[in-house]
Design a protein around this ligand. Structure first.
Ligand code: SF4
Length: 918
């Protein structure tokens, strides 16, 4: 790639703070990757480079790019080593766990789990005492909004005195989170910042561990994130921020565009580089987008021009850009369907490769879901494949609705206030409307009645008596068994949907553990108030389903690009959104915080529209219907007028340019398939099980000792990390296990037994291996390396030096700890794991592993694994074969009695059903 002068200026920047203002399509990821790779080639320590991205997907893309650039800059060692590239939240959580051992037992609540958690503890938290909303889900959301805003903005305690009732509930929330060992996202950053602000040694350690800090999408950073960045980098560090104020679209999450606007005022010695050339969009789209966003006042001025691709500039042909008004939505969706059909197979030159456009090249980008529904219906009618994420499509499937109705029947729940609770008649009607011919209603109804009386009999009075424990996933699989769910009786699509439902059950179960009738009702309520509107169909994230039209919101489209983009419903009330000035619902009183800053407002909405138009690489079709389904006719959005160019077609007339058609061919998916040794192992053990679990989402039932192995690992890793040549005394081990050993679903005597066992095996290990502490080089070392189109990631428990006196620290030994007893039958697979880790040691970490061992903690024995080149080649071949077969879709079941009888997903596998209950 030929870099522009400004790109080179950013790439060559070494010391001091750097602000890169990167317009849409300006190649910022390539520039960031090139700079990091060049820094490494000039001697920067990989372990001291940190790059924050907005999402995990963006992190994967940046890592992929850095690896590619390292091939050029450091061909002998093109590995990422110990660089951290990922989200700021993951970084902060890892850091917290490293410095405070108790956080190793904590779990992070994502959005769904936090809703389930608050719902579970709402009584103890006292949520009802401050409830302002009719709907429970609104009340939970209002509470959580307030919690996040307090912490993200570090609102001082004295200002919060104005809302004493809320503060009491908030304190309860924090105390119960702490008691139950959970953290939420805003809590992670808040805790790390508090720890660093109050402990100068920890802050100095953190600062000294980072030589270069890069922050992507800096315009979307909120106050607490900026605080952490500032603490890490200081005013005079090597901080590089990359962003575009014109693409700041996350105000509702607290993003503060002033961070990028005012960067020079806060940090010293700042070099500013503007990447103003857009290499993605046609010149005409760039000009129209620039004229549109220039109307915003509070922004950095920039040129925004088309960049040369080779010797050429990407220019529109007549008919590439349309802006058309229709009387109604039917006409609007027909226009979109016609364009999809007309342009599918149209010749398109993509990075010098000529191919026919296909569905996966097309995107329908909307401000909100409401604007897409009529188009989605038309796509469905025309049988055009599409994906529409975040739409709650799962519960539109009649078979899933039927499962929901069975849960409602058991809980005596109704679908609405006006309807009576679901009864057997309701279930029978649902059942008869389905295409399930292999089941007979009489027998089914009896089984449903039995399930109902069984669930009703589980009371919380003796919740830890083993005979009373029922796990929801177990119950769900029982139901799957009754409905004879397997590939002989249901289509693949439906299996994906049943698998997605199993994931929902797993999310609920991860908070509730085993159930009683009360928590069963909570699950049903969770379905009703949240899951049924938020859960997508199964299979939507399956990377093999890439060739479908992408229907997505502008927020989801950020960072993406498509040869063909439709922006429908460009009418008043939709863009800009009529909610643009609506403040988030909170418990704040006037004067505590300015909630206007969380609203997109007119300028924010214009930025959103700018993000939408700049996703296109060639075709852009903007449309609107005067009658868009509301009570009244709607007028044009002001952006419909503001976005304009003389080349645009304004009428729905045929494409004026004749276009060659060739075989449609979607762009090959260059993304590396993320995988791990555990995934590969599952595939090798039974390819069909891999498919059911990894791809469809059928989840295992929680084991009573859930988390035991992880706890032992965590404590041992902490000991390795914290204690140098001198291992801890027995007393120290006792007190560490006593304070930090935690099993989420085990209480009483079983918990005490496991604690005792943990103390014993750690003490035995240290007694026998204490002389090896001085050999420690790294613990919990994460790795990632590409192989056969997959990205294999994992974490090595312990890396030891072979010779402590040698200066050559590349010669190492790799050790993996197992809490289970030594098992000869499994040993070939464990050998494969260690050999794969040895490959990772050299490919990802630049080490030279000379030997490896599996350490069975229960027996306290270490078994050596040979890692000579022939053995490593053999493993590489086996793993590569497994990856190739996964990618080719080879998922043949390999049943055998011993394997199937313990298989977590035997209930939904026709091959394993003979082993049910064996
Ligand atoms: S039951 Fe047996 S054949 Fe079926 S997925 Fe499990 S291991 Fe494979």
């Amino acid at each position: 790639m030929n870099f522009t002068d400004n790109q080179l200026k950013a790439i060559n920047h070494k010391e001091g703070n750097l602000k890169i203002v990167a317009c849409a399509g300006s190649g910022k990821t390539t520039v960031m990757a090139e700079r990091i790779a060049k820094l490494v080639s000039e001697g920067a320590d990989r372990d001291k480079i940190v790059a924050f991205t907005y999402t995990d997907k963006a992190a994967d893309s940046l890592k992929f790019n850095i690896r590619e650039k390292l091939e050029k800059w450091s061909p002998d060692e093109p590995h990422l080593g110990g660089m951290y590239i990922g989200t700021i939240h993951s970084f902060a959580f890892k850091r917290l766990r490293d410095i405070i051992p108790k956080y190793r037992s904590y779990e992070v609540l994502d959005e769904v789990k936090r809703i389930i958690w608050v719902h579970k503890y709402k009584g103890e938290i006292g949520l009802d005492s401050i409830r302002k909303d009719k709907l429970l889900i609104d009340s939970i959301k209002r509470f959580l909004n307030t919690v996040d805003i307090i912490r993200d903005n570090q609102i001082p305690a004295e200002r919060l005195n104005a809302i004493p009732d809320f503060m009491e509930v908030y304190e309860n929330y924090l105390n119960i989170l702490e008691r139950e060992k959970y953290l939420d996202f805003s809590g992670i950053l808040h805790k790390l910042v508090s720890v660093l602000e109050s402990n100068s040694t920890l802050l100095t350690d953190l600062k000294e561990s980072i030589d270069y800090l890069v922050v992507d999408e800096y315009q979307d950073v909120n106050k607490i994130q900026e605080k952490l960045i500032y603490l890490m980098a200081g005013e005079n560090g090597n901080l590089c921020v990359v962003g575009d104020d014109d693409q700041s679209i996350f105000e509702f999450q607290g993003a503060d565009v002033n961070n990028i606007l005012q960067f020079e005022n806060k940090y010293c010695n700042v070099t500013t580089v503007k990447l103003e050339e857009n290499f993605r969009c046609p010149e005409e789209v760039i000009e129209a987008s620039r004229d549109l966003v220039k109307r915003n006042r509070n922004r950095i001025t920039k040129r925004m021009v088309a960049g040369n691709i080779g010797d050429e500039i990407n220019k529109s042909d007549s008919g590439d850009l349309y802006k058309v008004e229709f009387d109604n939505q039917k006409e609007e969706s027909s226009f979109i369907i016609d364009k999809i059909n007309d342009l599918r197979g149209c010749e398109y030159k993509d990075e010098d490769v000529l191919r026919g456009l296909d569905y996966g090249d097309m995107a329908i980008i909307v401000r909100s879901r409401l604007s897409a529904q009529h188009i989605v219906n038309a796509l469905r009618e025309q049988q055009i494949p599409f994906t529409f994420k975040g739409t709650g499509g799962l519960f539109e499937r009649p078979e899933i609705k039927f499962i929901q109705a069975i849960f409602y029947y058991i809980a005596d729940y109704s679908f609405s206030r006006e309807e009576p609770p679901v009864d057997l008649n309701h279930l029978r009607n649902s059942f008869e409307s389905l295409d399930i011919n292999h089941l007979e209603w009489g027998q089914l109804s009896q089984q449903f009645e039995e399930l109902k009386s069984y669930i009703k009999s589980i009371t919380p009075s003796n919740p830890i008596a083993p005979q009373r424990r029922t796990f929801l996933q177990e119950f769900y699989y029982q139901l799957m068994g009754i409905l004879e769910v397997d590939s002989d009786h249901y289509s693949e699509d439906l299996l994906y949907d049943f698998g997605r439902f199993s994931k929902l059950v797993a999310e609920f179960e991860s908070i509730h553990g085993w159930i009683n009738y009360g928590s069963f009702i909570q699950f049903v309520t969770f379905l009703a108030i949240y899951a049924q509107n938020k859960t997508d169909e199964g299979g939507i994230d399956d990377p093999r389903n890439t060739n479908s039209v992408n229907v997505l919101t502008i927020h989801q489209a950020k960072g993406l690009e498509f040869p063909l983009v439709f922006i429908p419903d460009v009418s008043t009330g939709r863009v800009p959104s009529r909610n643009r000035n609506r403040k988030p619902k909170t418990h704040f009183e006037e004067g505590i915080i300015d909630l206007d800053s969380f609203c997109s407002g007119d300028e924010g909405e214009r930025r959103l529209f700018y993000v939408a138009t700049t996703r296109t690489k060639k075709f852009l079709f903007m449309a609107r219907a005067k009658d868009n389904g509301g009570k009244n006719l709607v007028s044009r959005s002001k952006y419909y007028t503001e976005f304009d160019h003389e080349i645009m077609e304004y009428n729905n007339k045929p494409d004026p340019t004749s276009r060659n058609k060739i075989e449609p061919q979607c762009k090959p998916n260059m993304e590396l398939m993320p995988t791990s040794f555990t995934d590969i192992r599952h595939y090798i053990e039974c390819p069909y099980r891999y498919r059911l679990q990894q791809m469809m989402g059928f989840s295992p039932v929680i084991n009573l000792a859930y988390g035991y192995g992880l706890q032992v690992h965590n404590l041992l890793n902490y000991i390795h990390k914290t204690y140098g040549g001198e291992p801890p005394s027995l007393k120290e081990i006792e007190s560490l296990v006593e304070s930090d050993f935690f099993l989420r679903f085990t209480r009483g005597e079983p918990l005490e037994n496991m604690k005792r066992k943990c103390k014993e095996i750690i003490s035995n290990y240290i007694e026998e291996y204490n002389d090896q502490f001085e050999l420690k080089l790294e613990t919990e070392k994460p790795f990632e390396f590409p192989l056969e189109g997959a990205l294999i990631s994992g974490e090595i428990d312990l890396i030891q030096k072979i010779d402590p006196s040698s200066q050559e620290i590349k010669n190492v030994s790799i050790i993996d700890f197992k809490t289970e007893k030594e098992d000869y039958e499994n040993f070939p697979l464990l050998r494969m794991q260690l050999r794969l880790y040895a490959i990772a040691g050299s490919k990802s970490l630049g080490l030279n592993p000379l030997d490896a061992g599996v350490h069975f903690l229960t027996n306290n024995v270490r078994r050596n694994v040979s890692v000579n080149p022939d053995k490593l080649d053999e493993t590489r071949g086996q793993v590569a074969d497994a990856i190739t077969n996964i990618k080719r879709g080879n998922f043949i079941a390999t049943p055998n009695h011993d394997k199937c009888k313990n298989c977590d997903v035997r209930y939904v596998c026709s091959n394993g059903k003979c082993c049910n209950g064996c």
